[in-house]
Design a protein around this ligand. Structure first.
Ligand code: SF4
Length: 504
């Protein structure tokens, strides 16, 4: 794969034939995966909706990653409303940055605030002013310019403007082309951000080699690199998750570095001193690791996500195979499972016989279902943001899943409301951001992700069990909410097939 000569990345609907509209069973989805329906001319790629309530914008997801880069100023080139969602994570973002570097600033961003006059006259002047102001005022190491729909539609020549400005500022300018209208698959944002990182940040570490040559014996350096592993956190991993994965891989003799979120620009060149790139989720990282393989010949692992014990066992073994550390990994896994089993046993009665509906990112929901089955609960339905081939290995950890309903829908809360009424789960596990709507069903809700909580690895399983048990025991808030508020849908909608508006 090599798209680095292109200004912007292709949408996932073109690159992976990703599906964003499907209503059926897991068995049907699995056979679609097997029969290549996601491939070229795949039927699933052509699905759409005749009515869509809401959608996702890759501009906002890109900012979720970019706001976390240290020593950077973000310029949002577009109307002031674009990227306003950043307001939702500024506190968390600053805290997590400071866990890496106590002196780290919070996110600094500037909007070019395009208005009606700029739509006619062009946004070039405002973009130039914003870049020069950011450089003079904040003296950042890097200025990241995100490009929204409006400048793309009016034809601002963003790359040429930025090339010209690069001569006038000290910071490295990084353009990110993440216009919301260009794709229905919000996850294209990961590719757009990695595209900018690959072009501007990733290079061989000349400065570090000089220091290393003076301070360390070359053989020791080479040995260290032979045990180095990069793990990619695009924002869906908390600091406790990072520490748990580090504990696991250190336990079998490896060194771990986390990029890109909460990293600083220099970290990307040092990250080339590694023997393996490890993605926790193909939805996030395939664009980056494939390019690192093509350009720097660094092997990579994309398989399952370390959520749930079977998935974690598999993930650790896949990594260990690359270093001949299978025996060490087996010993480590056996001991971790023994401790985990003893720890969760006392909670099992709380979960017995409960039915669960899961909604969120494809990889995360299917992996979390492994924990649900492990605890003796029944999975009754899924709603995934999108679907593509990266889900295949995750299904392998599940049993008796073929009749379970899957709705593929980026947001579309009306479909979820209909499904929840029909499937009558006892518990909802849904992505943060949609829980305000889901809570009106009055059911216990467990967030699929939380920036401060541990979900991954063996300790992640225990943390999920402990917190889920607490949510089930005390659901009074959501009960009160359901008694005093209503979902906005009419009875006629609940009488209809939830997949009425999906066109295959
Ligand atoms: S869809 Fe376009 S206009 Fe809307 S927030 Fe995203 S980038 Fe801005």
């Amino acid at each position: 794969m090599n798209y680095l000569d292109a200004i912007s990345v292709p949408g996932r609907e073109d690159r992976h034939k990703t599906n964003t509209a499907f209503g059926g069973t897991s068995g049907k989805m699995k056979s679609c995966l097997k029969n290549g329906c996601f491939g070229k001319d795949g039927c699933l790629n052509l699905s759409s909706r005749s009515f869509s309530q809401t959608h996702g914008c890759q501009f906002n997801l890109s900012l979720g990653m970019l706001n976390s880069i240290r020593k950077a100023v973000i310029i949002k080139h577009g109307p002031v409303g674009c990227g306003i969602s950043s307001m939702g994570n500024i506190g968390v973002n600053k805290t997590l940055k400071q866990l890496r570097d106590p002196l780290a600033e919070g996110s600094i961003w500037i909007s070019t605030n395009l208005d009606e006059a700029d739509v006619i006259g062009g946004g070039e002047k405002k973009l130039r002013e914003a870049v020069l102001f950011a450089d003079k005022e904040f003296r950042p190491e890097t200025i990241i310019v995100t490009n929204g729909c409006v400048p793309a539609l009016i034809g601002d020549d963003v790359d040429n403007i930025l090339n010209d400005l690069q001569e006038q500022v000290a910071a490295v300018i990084v353009p990110i082309h993440c216009e919301g209208f260009k794709t229905k698959v919000m996850a294209t944002a990961y590719d757009a951000v990695y595209h900018g990182i690959l072009k501007k940040f990733v290079r061989l570490p000349e400065r570090e080699e000089f220091i290393v040559e003076r301070d360390l014996d070359e053989m020791e350096r080479q040995y260290r690199i032979s045990r180095n592993v990069n793990i990619f956190n695009v924002g869906s991993m908390s600091r406790p998750d990072e520490l748990e994965l580090q504990r696991i891989l250190t336990g079998i003799g490896l060194n771990v570095r986390f990029i890109p979120c909460y990293a600083e620009p220099d970290d990307f060149q040092y990250a080339l001193e590694t023997s393996l790139n490890v993605s926790i989720c193909g939805t996030h990282d395939d664009y980056f690791v494939e390019h690192l393989k093509t350009k720097y010949d660094i092997p990579f692992v994309i398989d399952t996500i370390p959520i749930g014990r079977k998935n974690t066992d598999r993930w650790v073994l896949k990594i260990a195979e690359n270093f001949g550390l299978e025996k060490e990994a087996q010993r480590f896994i056996a001991e971790e499972n023994r401790i985990l089993e003893a720890s969760i046993d006392k909670y099992r009665n709380v979960f017995k016989g409960k039915k669960v509906f899961l909604a969120g990112g494809e990889v995360r929901i299917i992996a979390t279902a492994e924990i649900i089955q492990d605890l003796g609960m029944e999975v009754v339905g899924f709603k995934a943001h999108h679907f593509d081939q990266f889900i295949e290995p995750i299904f392998e950890a599940l049993e008796n899943i073929d009749d379970v309903v899957i709705d593929v829908a980026t947001n579309q809360p009306f479909e979820q409301a209909n499904l929840v009424k029909r499937l009558k789960p006892d518990i909802l596990i849904t992505h943060v951001g949609g829980n305000n709507i889901a809570a009106k069903h009055g059911l216990p809700i467990f967030p699929l992700f939380g920036p401060a909580y541990n979900y991954m690895g063996y300790s992640g399983v225990f943390e999920i069990v402990r917190r889920l048990a607490r949510v089930i025991r005390n659901n009074q808030f959501n009960k009160n909410l359901a008694e005093n508020t209503e979902l906005p849908y009419k009875k006629e909608w609940y009488d209809k097939d939830p997949f009425t508006y999906i066109k295959e």
